[in-house]
Design a protein around this ligand. Structure first.
Ligand code: F6P
Length: 346
């Protein structure tokens, strides 16, 4: 078969491992040919391609980013762009298209599926909030990076008697904040799922300092909101090509409030894109490899319009349109885990 592959949306560690696995299994096992689309849906709209061969996917397993590069181009938002995608797919004589991306990328795939394009999706988001799958590749790496950063913040915070607020990724769900916050022993974890309770955060900080502690560490997801504002902190009102606001700054807002209310010197650190860059963890390489091989197997089983997912420890597949229906947020049990470790939050 002749199969197209693209990576869309924000990058995350493990994209290259998915590409490599799909291409190797496709060529070695099924005798496939591959066409890589450059920069996500932009490459399909503009018919910009590169060949994907055993040679071109050699040595990429451990590399961050994506050899196909990526973009947030959304053909559904530009007049005539979906027709251009259909023309590119026909011109390249594709029998199938593997779309590696999150809900926006898969939303475009779904629009093409409805027009008869044989697509198979692979779920990707560093935020780990795609519904239908238990884990997205890249999440484990991001949690590892954030946890290491929180470990490092402990010693400098203690040396200076400071509170440090560490802002991590997580637009609509606090998976990275919760996992890295618990693993890193943060004193409070603030997530988009619950409005920020500054009174509770300040009470935790004061109680620790009254107990003779010299520092506190607070982890906040970029999408967490203050109840008074009911709006996420954004950077200059800018939006990306998918139309999402550029989030940034809640860490500074929380830090300023803590310093004002408690009198303790407080600093904010935003980990930003360091969480998405660099080499994937062994767990993510494994998961990405399972996703890539499962995607090519689905193509050959002609199970189109499906998304490969992880349920428990098993790889399976679900209708792709179900995965884009809603965000998978952190449940109450895990949220209670963080709160249960603090004396203030009953
Ligand atoms: O959607 C994943 C994500 O990493 C979010 O956590 C973040 O808000 C956004 O992408 C930032 O992406 P970029 O700066 O690449 O536009």
């Amino acid at each position: 078969m002749r199969i197209g592959v693209l990576t869309g949306g924000g990058d995350c560690p493990g994209l290259n491992a998915v590409i490599r696995a799909a291409v190797r299994k496709g060529i070695f096992h099924y005798g496939d040919e591959f066409v890589g689309f450059i920069e996500g849906w932009r490459g399909v709209v503009e018919d910009k391609t590169m060949p994907l061969t055993i040679d071109s996917v050699s040595g990429i397993l451990q590399l961050g980013g994506t050899i196909l590069r990526t973009s947030r181009t959304n053909p559904r938002k530009t007049e005539g762009a979906i027709d251009k995608c259909l023309a590119t797919i026909a011109r390249n004589k594709l029998d199938a298209l593997i779309t590696i991306g999150g809900d926006d990328t898969q939303g475009v795939a779904n629009a093409l599926i409805e027009k008869g394009v044989p697509c198979v999706g692979v779920p990707k988001t560093i935020d780990n909030d795609l519904s239908g799958t238990d884990v997205c590749f890249g999440f484990d790496t991001a949690v590892g990076i954030a946890t290491e950063a929180i470990d490092r913040l402990h010693s400098t915070a203690e040396a200076h008697n400071r509170v440090i607020v560490c802002e991590v990724m997580g637009r609509d769900a606090g998976w990275i904040a919760l996992y890295s916050g618990i693993a890193g022993g943060a004193d409070a974890i603030l997530v988009p799922e619950k409005p920020i309770d500054l009174d509770a955060v300040c009470a935790i900080v004061k109680e620790r300092h009254a107990r003779g502690k010299y520092f506190s560490i607070i982890v906040v997801a970029e999408g967490a909101k203050l109840p008074a504002k009911d709006a996420q902190a954004t950077y200059g009102g800018k939006v990306d090509d998918f139309g999402h606001a550029r989030l940034s700054g809640i860490g500074n807002v929380v830090a300023d409030e803590i310093e004002k209310r408690t009198g303790f010197e407080t600093r904010a650190v935003n980990l930003g894109h360091t969480q998405r860059g660099g080499t994937p963890s062994a767990y993510d390489r494994m998961l990405a490899t399972r996703y890539g091989t499962a995607a090519i197997d689905l193509v050959h089983a002609k199970k189109f319009g499906r998304l490969v997912v992880l349920r428990g420890t098993e790889i399976t597949d679900i209708p792709l349109k179900d995965a884009i229906a809603k965000t998978r947020t952190v449940g109450d049990e895990l949220l209670a885990l963080g709160a249960g470790l603090q004396p203030i939050l009953k």
